[in-house]
Design a protein around this ligand. Structure first.
Ligand code: HEM
Length: 365
């Protein structure tokens, strides 16, 4: 465990070893909901309304109730029904990409739009509104890096848009997740109005900002290791294990979200004070030599790949089956349609400078 900063008597820590990361993420007294420690006496504004009710930032019993409500929509069996549609989207995007002259940015053309189209269709966001969602989700994620000038205005626009969309689905329900959640809200006890907003915002952000990195980071690792890429081209049955290795080697989510220390305590010889903040470095845990042999080599046949790229414990990623399926279909189509895929000459992909997420600025191929 490392001290990252100490401000006004509050220390922020980072846990980096595999076993410590798991311990942190499964211990209930490392809280997600800091309002128990720092009650907010200000009147709630619109920003707090949509962010303070996300299940990702709540502890049981609220977390349990909210998670139960959406679990059926994201289990592997339900998700597998999306395969034919994901296939279609991947094919269409690759077709468009192949029609372009010269190098293309695989992120712009493929890795980014694919998960956005899928999550938008699952939630029931009309295609013509996807660009606005892209903008809002980007503002919210970059705002976590510090001040963002557009933040307040974008959040207001986002909420106004959701008000309108929810109203439309209330009067004319469709077969989509938003209509189902609205029905749960109307039935009262399972989901409050604020929780409905937070849930949709959480799913949109999670669906927009993570799987893009799974696809692009895995392709990047494959292009950096031609022996592994060739092996995969010869044996598509290795695609699933290549995805797991991509998740481990270039983890799309670098750190867990924050945990808060409920009471003064020891953690492996370090004294933590009530109210301290702790992050788990998932990407560091995923390269821990004590857990993974040759942790810094990229090996698409790695056995027993128990990485923590999707987190651990009760907040383990809800969207993991969806992300895995999208990754598998994306790579399958790319291998078949572009077997000679190569990094474009004279460019070196650079990592975006972000705290929680690990993704490339662009991937020119
Ligand atoms: C939680 C990673 C894709 C929805 C998490 C967490 C991680 C993670 C590490 C736990 C964070 C923590 O404990 O602090 C990823 C990665 C993805 C991905 C690496 C893609 C490769 C998705 C997708 C969705 C999604 C596609 C939904 C459409 C969620 C939700 C939670 C979550 C709702 C909160 C679960 C809870 O609090 O119980 N994800 N995620 N994720 N993820 Fe994902």
């Amino acid at each position: 465990i490392f001290k990252m900063s100490e401000v006004h008597n509050q220390t922020t820590w980072m846990v980096t070893r595999y076993s410590d990361v798991k311990e942190l993420l499964k211990t209930p007294s490392f809280l997600k909901d800091f309002s128990k420690l720092y009650p907010n006496e200000d009147e709630e504004n619109v920003e707090q309304t949509i962010f303070s009710n996300m299940m990702l930032d709540l502890d049981p019993p609220d977390h349990t109730r909210l998670r139960k409500l959406v679990t059926p929509y994201f289990n592997p069996k339900t998700i597998s029904r999306l395969s034919p549609r994901i296939d279609e989207i991947a094919k269409e995007l690759i077709e468009n990409m192949k029609n372009k002259q010269g190098p293309v940015d695989l992120i712009d053309e493929f890795a980014f739009p694919l998960p956005i189209i899928v999550i938008s269709e699952l939630l029931g966001v009309p295609p013509e509104d996807r660009n606005s969602f892209r903008k809002w989700s980007n503002t919210i994620v970059s705002a976590s890096e510090g001040e963002h000038p557009q933040f307040s205005q974008d959040v207001k626009d986002f909420v106004a848009y959701l008000d309108d969309l929810f109203e439309r689905r209330r009067t004319d329900p469709k077969d989509d997740l938003i209509s189902n959640l609205i029905q749960a809200e109307e039935e009262g006890e399972q989901l409050s109005r604020n929780e409905l907003y937070s849930m949709v915002v959480l799913l949109i952000i999670a669906g927009h900002e993570t799987t893009v990195n799974l696809i692009a980071n895995t392709i990047y690792a494959l292009l950096q290791h031609p022996d592994q890429f060739n092996r995969l081209k010869e044996d598509h049955s290795l695609i699933e294990s290549a995805i797991e290795e991509g998740l481990r080697y270039y983890s799309p989510v670098d750190f867990s979200t924050a945990r808060w220390v409920e009471d003064d305590r020891e953690f492996h010889g370090t004294t933590l004070k009530q109210g301290d903040v702790i992050f788990a470095s998932l990407s560091s845990a995923n390269r821990d030599e004590q857990k993974f042999e040759n942790a810094c080599s990229f090996d698409i046949t790695r056995p027993n790949n128990q990485h923590v790229a999707f987190g651990f414990g009760i907040h383990f990623c809800l969207g993991a089956p969806l992300a895995r399926l999208e990754g598998k279909i994306a790579i399958q189509h790319l291998l078949t349609a572009c077997p000679n895929l190569k990094l474009a000459p004279y460019t070196t992909p650079t990592w975006r400078k972000m705290f929680l997420l690990r993704g490339l600025e662009q991937l020119n191929v």
